[in-house]
Write a protein that binds this ligand. Structure first.
Ligand SMILES: Cc1ncc(COP(=O)(O)O)c(C=O)c1O
Length: 391
């Protein structure tokens, strides 16, 4: 674990983001999406911060992640929506975890697991309305709905939710948005006719929570927006603020002459006598190697650029003639208040999305927490997934 590096997470900011999203969807529940270790922020602290901000549900990709929440004593409804063969369905039923169903075989396995458990499984049927990823196709929907309704009548399963997921909600006006909304309404109508009475119908990710009130239904599922990023970069008036600041103390400072090749491959060559600062973070910590010569870094009160190849554990920044000392912080990204880059800035130069930048911050980087939820003794367990979750 690098003693110099830190991913500082302001949990009050996550709570405030969730509260702002809740205002966007009045009348709907908010599910805090905390998969992938809370998008890198720490699953338990992120979950508690989301709940403090008004979320009443939590969402994960895998049952194992949901079990981490339960083991920590979190009792609100939790939905896990990727169920590979071998997923611990009996444990999910015992822990009252809602299961997202994308295939008929999951209904059958849940029925068996529920018989063994002696209690019904809680199920959200997921309609594939056009993403063509997870979800039940329109062709298979009637058969799965009938099977679920039969299992419900037998007391082995309770359909607590019906849901779907957008393909292009981050491109307002994209024709697939209206098509998916229409297909979701058809799926709901069919389920209603079959007698299903779910507690929640849900479709909206962050982008739809922010821009599509007609997609809010009974519950919205914002992930990235809770952590402070708009999935539609530049969307005005979101009131969102990034919660994570990634920084490291400079480890080495040295003067080098003009013409010095820097880092592996000498992909950066100094054009004058200059000072180089070594930042002890690398691709082993989630700093993409593609940030070589382009990643923005805030050092010594100014925004600069990664100089040369990003290595596994370190990279170098040319700071010119500025006085920089070992131990001084290099800030890779934060909320941007003091001129430091944001994770969105990193995403922009790397041709990716803010999601990937924050989620990929490695487990070697200690998470530290600020805010009211940080006072909780368990709030610092940012590495909870190491306990054995499958994400
Ligand atoms: C089913 C589902 N709902 C909600 C989300 C949250 O999406 P976002 O982070 O874009 O809000 C995801 C993320 O991939 C998802 O898979």
């Amino acid at each position: 674990m690098s003693p110099f590096a830190e991913a500082r997470v302001d949990l009050d900011v996550i709570s405030a983001n969730v509260a702002a999203l809740r205002e966007r969807a009045p009348g709907s529940h908010v599910m805090g999406v905390v998969k992938a270790d809370g998008y890198g922020h720490g699953i338990l602290p992120a979950a508690r911060a989301a709940l403090a901000g008004g979320a009443t549900w939590l969402g994960t990709a895998f049952v194992e992640e949901a079990l981490v929440l339960r083991r920590a004593g979190i009792r609100v409804p939790v939905l896990a929506w990727i169920i590979p063969p071998g997923a611990p369905l009996a444990a999910a039923i015992a822990a009252d975890i809602d299961i997202g169903v994308s295939s008929r075989w999951v209904v059958d396995e849940l029925v068996t697991a529920a018989e063994e458990a002696g209690r019904p499984a809680r199920v959200h049927l997921k309609a594939d309305t056009g993403l063509n990823r997870g979800g039940i196709t329109a062709g298979e929907w009637p058969a799965v709905v009938e099977a679920a309704a039969r299992a419900e009548a037998a007391g082995l399963l309770r359909v607590t939710g019906l849901f779907s997921h957008f393909a292009c909600a981050d491109e307002p006006g994209h024709p697939s948005i209206a098509a998916q909304l229409g297909a979701f309404h058809e799926a709901l109508e069919h389920a209603d006719k079959a007698g299903l009475r779910p507690e929640v119908r849900h479709l909206a990710n962050s982008a739809a929570t922010l821009t599509l009130p007609e997609a809010h239904f009974d519950l919205v599922r914002p992930g990235i927006a809770s952590y402070g990023f708009s999935p539609i970069p530049g969307l005005p008036g979101t009131g969102l603020r990034p919660a994570m600041t990634l920084s490291a103390g400079i480890a080495v400072v040295k003067r080098v002459p003009e013409g010095s090749g820097v880092s592996y491959g000498h992909r950066y060559v100094t054009d004058r006598p200059t000072t180089l600062a070594l930042v002890p973070l690398g691709y082993g910590d989630g700093v993409p190697r593609a940030a070589t010569n382009v990643g923005p870094v805030f050092v010594g009160g100014r925004r600069r650029t990664v100089s040369g190849t990003v290595c596994m554990d370190q990279f170098v920044v040319d700071v010119g003639d500025d006085a920089v000392e070992p131990g001084e912080p290099a800030v890779l990204f934060g909320p941007g208040d003091d001129g430091e880059p944001t994770a969105q800035d990193w995403a922009d130069v790397l041709g990716t999305i803010s999601y990937e930048i924050v989620t990929c911050v490695g487990q070697r980087v200690p998470r530290t927490y600020l805010g009211a939820q940080a006072a909780d003794p368990d709030a610092g367990e940012g590495t909870a997934l190491v306990e054995g979750a499958g994400a």
